[in-house]
Ligand binder design. Sequence first.
Ligand SMILES: C[S@@+](CC[C@H](N)C(=O)[O-])C[C@H]1O[C@@H](n2cnc3c(N)ncnc32)[C@H](O)[C@@H]1O
Length: 340
Amino acid sequence: MSSKNHFNDAAPEWDRLRQSYFSEAVREKAIAIAQVQPGKLAADLGAGTGFITEALVRHGLRVIAVDQSEAMLSEMQKKFAGVQGIDYRLGDAEQLPIEDASVDYVFANMYLHHVDNPAKAILEMSRILKPGGKVVITDLDEHSHEFLRTEQHDRWLGFRREDIRRCFFEAGLEDIHVDSLDENCCTKSPCGCEEVAISVFVATGTKRDRKAATPYPYATYLDIKYPSLTVIDLPALIQACKDRWYNQTLCQVNDSVVRLGIVQGEYHWHKHDNDDEFFFVLEGRFIIDLETHSVELRPWQGFVVPKGVVHRTRAPERCIILMVETSTIIPTGDDNGVDV
Ligand SMILES: C[S@@+](CC[C@H](N)C(=O)[O-])C[C@H]1O[C@@H](n2cnc3c(N)ncnc32)[C@H](O)[C@@H]1O
């Protein structure tokens, strides 16, 4: 049976079944984490009979409820007859019937483990979000209860949180958090003899606002300022610098160069497929954002970002650093200055 047929059959009973699987607290927590604001537009994906939609409307939001199942949407329409602000749309995870950059929030409760291609579904979520908009997914942690594939048409046995984090990152989301919701999804094994409780995670991310990033040019000077056998003397260079993001090659050492950075603000996300990069702070506070966490460096602290690792550097205040990297590296990253 297809997933669509499975949920068409389950629709009349869905509210009763759902209550046995997970509690109201799942939606209350998800909505609280998103800090939703009245008047905004949200998409509820895999809306079913409107568990999340109902709470969003109560918080004063307008909702586009999308589901693949006609029967689910029709149950929902019956239930919310006369309620304003809900737009019901039949559609699929991989091709949502919603315009680009048009919604403020995306919610998806217990939906992702049913879709064929979760990474693509997350890309679609990001596509429909306005810059600065938020996505909130509540779903199952990775588990081993195979019977859910047949009993409840689960396509995936939950997810590893690091995989969700990566999908969010690759979909152009930032400020990514994947944490426990402190709730379980409960069901019984087919024989009825085993109670199963699967922990639920909540994943949040914000659509990157590219226009807000780097409103200043990178001043990058690749000429070698100090040939061998000359004294490298930085104070005059530092004093003369008026650029917001300044990078001057100081000298060459074998196949590598040493560079001086005088920076304030943030660089774009990038990676170098073949080159490690070393950063050493002389003055100020320098932050290296990685996909999973951020590292903050103070004076006399250094860090190596290995090849292939996506990162972004930033400095909340003016900061002075040294960098060591191969002389052939493209400073803006292998995607040539475009956010990855
Ligand atoms: C487990 S139910 C959750 C329903 C609702 N979010 C809730 O919390 O009660 C999963 C829902 O996702 C929908 N769904 C599954 N795969 C889908 C897909 N590829 N595209 C759109 N909807 C899908 C199903 O039809 C079903 O209504």
